[in-house]
Design a protein around this ligand. Sequence first.
Ligand code: FAD
Length: 308
Amino acid sequence: MTETIVIAELSNNAVHPSTAELVSAAMKLGDSPTLIVPCTDASVANSAVGMGAASIIAAKAEAFANYDAKGWASAIDAVAPQGIIVTGSSPQSKDVAARLAARRSLSVVQDAVAVDGTTVTSPLYSGKAMQTVSINGNVVVSVRSNIFPAASGGAEGTSVVDTTGDVATSVQEFMARASERLDVAEANIIISGGRGMGSPENFTHLESIADTIGAAVGASRAAVDTWEDIPHTMQVGQTGKTVNPNLYIAVGISGAIQHLAGMRSSKYIVAINKDADAPIFQHADYGIVATWEEALPVLQTTLANMMA
Ligand SMILES: Cc1cc2nc3c(=O)[nH]c(=O)nc-3n(C[C@H](O)[C@H](O)[C@H](O)COP(=O)(O)OP(=O)(O)OC[C@H]3O[C@@H](n4cnc5c(N)ncnc54)[C@H](O)[C@@H]3O)c2cc1C
């Protein structure tokens, strides 16, 4: 069977748990996945033990200190064996996936939601259609999170390879993220606000619920475009982030097709909207027809009692 290589997802200087899902997807495409952990400190790779990979390589290079697509792809290419490459589907990972595919003259399939031996399924036209492609030989596949079960076990140790990337361009300084809150792309629960929230200050009500249940706070494009205080990093949708949480709570969001494109594959969707005819209700598993001013305090109290 084909060799598979998984590029680890990283978060806060550790291998993100969603990497175990990538390993599980890789196992459906080929044999004994090799997990590559891009890092400047090889000890980061220790957090990948138990995620199911047959071998774990800490790919150590200065290029990994800050994100730069060209430098990362070059450094990963230098250490990754030939085979099917599996990455996450964060914007950064999809960027690396495309660059690796170009370097190796391979095809790339982005945002895979199903893998079945030699076929890969992914959405296209903003999720309006699904395509299933046959794989013949090596390819690069980026895989959406929260789809595949997490793999476990595997290699109990790591090996270290020093890689030298092409750092013709490198990021000199990295500005801290505007918000230190959990990113929507990493969250299992998301509560998002739309223009119906009325003002950016009212997002504190969403933050308070998010803190109670460990959720991330997202936003519609109308909210991001209308209010400077709501950053683009929070935007969910066609021109924002694609998310796939277990629970998505849409508050004061109408449910435009471009918003749905980024969140409709969520496992459960709850909508709070004062307009019973809002399109979001057609896609919601649970709908609350009320203003957020009425609904959120009740939700906050109920959730706080449940979590107590
Ligand atoms: C090329 C393109 C790309 C786009 N990409 C994106 C994208 O990535 N993400 C995205 O979100 N949009 C995107 N859009 C914009 C999209 O078409 C919609 O305009 C946008 O999603 C609307 O945001 P909204 O639902 O917050 O605002 P609105 O459409 O204004 O809806 C506000 C909702 O809040 C409700 N409401 C009002 N007051 C209250 C209250 N007190 N309590 C409860 N409910 C209340 C209203 O009933 C209404 O349903 C894109 C558009 C284009 C053309």
